[in-house]
Design a protein around this ligand. Structure first.
Ligand code: ADP
Length: 150
């Protein structure tokens, strides 16, 4: 069984996340969407851990081999505890790359894990949870960017 994790804070889940999760689900037997619920970051979030988990569960219901889990602590610990050796991350632009490369190298120095990058679909390359929140807060229409329940 080849298992992968798609980690993130998903505050909130966007159509860009769902695209990456869907594509990962075609490459792996099983995909776990792991939502970071560290309490130290709670004040920086718009949605609670419970809300984010509930939204991801709805968004992933159409993928039979995808499950959703919250995790505290390090992604690498989550991987170790769940016997997962692949971390899937979406790459939007070159600006994502520096940080993601550093993170991938740090993670593989900690545990036996590989990071697999999936290039974003062009229609989602500008899409980020932080921007969706900003647009929504000032009354903009985000209906094409996130699922209806978000
Ligand atoms: P984090 O909390 O790690 O900053 P997010 O919860 O915003 O990240 O997103 C989780 C991961 O989903 C990102 O690290 C990135 O790999 C991927 N991702 C986010 N938005 C997009 C997008 N529009 N297209 C492709 N991948 C994306």
């Amino acid at each position: 069984m080849r298992r992968a994790v798609c980690p993130g804070s998903f505050d909130p889940v966007t159509n860009g996340h769902i695209d990456i999760i869907s594509r990962a689900s075609q490459l792996f037997d099983e995909v776990v969407v792991a939502i970071g619920v560290n309490k130290s970051k709670a004040s920086a979030r718009l949605f609670s851990a419970e809300e984010r988990i509930e939204m991801l569960e709805k968004a992933c219901a159409e993928f039979p081999n995808v499950t959703v889990a919250g995790f505290e602590g390090l992604r690498t610990t989550f991987c170790e505890e769940n016997g997962i050796r692949a971390i899937v991350k979406g790459l939007r632009a070159v600006s994502d790359f520096d940080y993601e490369l550093q993170m991938a190298q740090m993670n593989s120095s900690l545990v036996d894990v590989e990071t697999i990058f999936i290039p974003t679909s062009p229609e989602y390359s500008f899409l980020a949870s932080s921007l969706v929140k900003e647009v929504a807060m000032f009354g903009g229409d985000v209906s094409a960017l996130v699922p209806p329940f978000v």
